[in-house]
Design a protein around this ligand. Structure first.
Ligand code: NDP
Length: 296
């Protein structure tokens, strides 16, 4: 029987643990705060940031909202990041990507104090993660690992393939799998015989951004499939619907466990962002995070 990995329920459980940790911090007069920076009026970015702010409120994290116009210069944005770095009331800084043309996203990301880098995109955090040191772990990869461990608590020795090598998903999730003692293959657009490489794997993490590219026939019997992809396609009824990078209907026939889209990795990303904010609030003060949000 294929197990459906319920990202909604697992994310709700993580948010409850973050709320518990935030309450524990309140007893010590610490009130974690997340600064969100939404540049311009990209509709998708607006929705993402609104959801993040709503979820912050639900777990007791303060939001500090900044929404500069799309014509903000790179210099002005860097000044804003500097102010947030220096602000003692700000524990985490989230600059919603993508940024408007003309602003160098990498430069803005690098300007964030690594301790406040709750997205985990700063090269200091990427480097620390790959060196096996304490780091701010990017949210979606962290979420993938929690979902994986919900069905495979100890993945030691498993063969894992990560399809996709982006800095925000593919590479960090591969590092986390390596840290969990998996044997890791990282595949990308130049990989030869990708279907065969996937079939050999016990764990398939799909982070490609191509609707239903990975077919059921590419999945080995009993493998665990974590589908990061979020793609909007037009259904037979002409209405838009969301699908992953894996062809769910065929893959669920062979997989041992699989995440749905929506309702799999998606909800984990925000829950991990909240957790990172609570962790940042502690690390900034030289404290260990409460047990409820410690990274495993
Ligand atoms: P990127 O576009 O940055 O990276 C995609 C990767 O897939 C690249 O490494 C690319 O290879 C690889 N790729 C593209 N085509 C193929 C192919 N035909 N065969 C094999 N590999 C291929 O995407 P992201 O990592 O940012 O995102 C991946 C997916 O995850 C997207 O659907 C995105 O929407 C989703 N996502 C979901 C999140 C969530 O919260 N659930 C959060 C972030 C992303 P190459 O490097 O060679 O070009």
């Amino acid at each position: 029987m294929t197990r459906l990995i319920d990202g909604k329920a697992i994310a709700a459980d993580l948010r409850a643990r973050v709320a518990e940790a935030v309450a524990e911090l309140a007893d010590r007069d610490i009130s974690p705060g997340l600064a969100t920076v939404l540049v311009g009026d990209d509709p998708a970015s607006r929705v993402y940031v609104r959801n993040k702010i709503r979820m912050c409120a639900e777990v007791g994290i303060r939001s500090i909202e900044h929404a500069p116009d799309a014509d903000i210069s790179e210099g002005e944005l860097l000044d804003l990041v500097d102010r947030l770095n220096a602000d003692p009331d700000v524990d985490g800084i989230l600059v919603q990507l993508p940024l408007p043309a003309g602003v160098d996203s990498a430069r803005v990301t690098e300007a964030i104090d690594p301790v406040k880098d709750v997205d985990g995109f700063h090269t200091t955090n990427a480097g620390r993660l790959s060196a096996g040191l304490d780091a701010m772990v990017p949210c979606t990869p962290a979420g993938c690992m929690i979902l994986l461990r919900s069905v495979c608590p100890d993945p030691t020795g498993k063969r894992a393939i990560v399809v996709g090598r982006s800095n925000i998903v593919g590479k960090p999730v591969a590092q986390l799998l390596l840290a969990a003692h998996c044997t890791v293959t990282i595949a990308h657009s130049r990989t030869v015989d990708l279907d065969e490489r996937c079939r050999e794997a016990d764990i398939v993490i799909a982070a490609v951004g191509r609707a239903e590219m990975i077919k059921g026939g590419w999945i080995g019997p009993g493998a665990t499939v974590i589908d990061v992809g979020i793609n909007r396609i037009e259904g037979a009824d002409g209405k838009g619907r969301l699908v992953g990078d894996v062809e769910f209907e065929t893959a669920k026939e062979v997989a041992g466990a699989i995440t749905p889209v929506p309702g799999g990795v998606g909800p984990m990303t925000i829950a991990c962002l909240l957790r990172n904010t609570a962790i940042a609030a502690c690390r900034r003060r030289g404290m260990d995070p409460p047990e409820a949000v410690r990274l495993s």
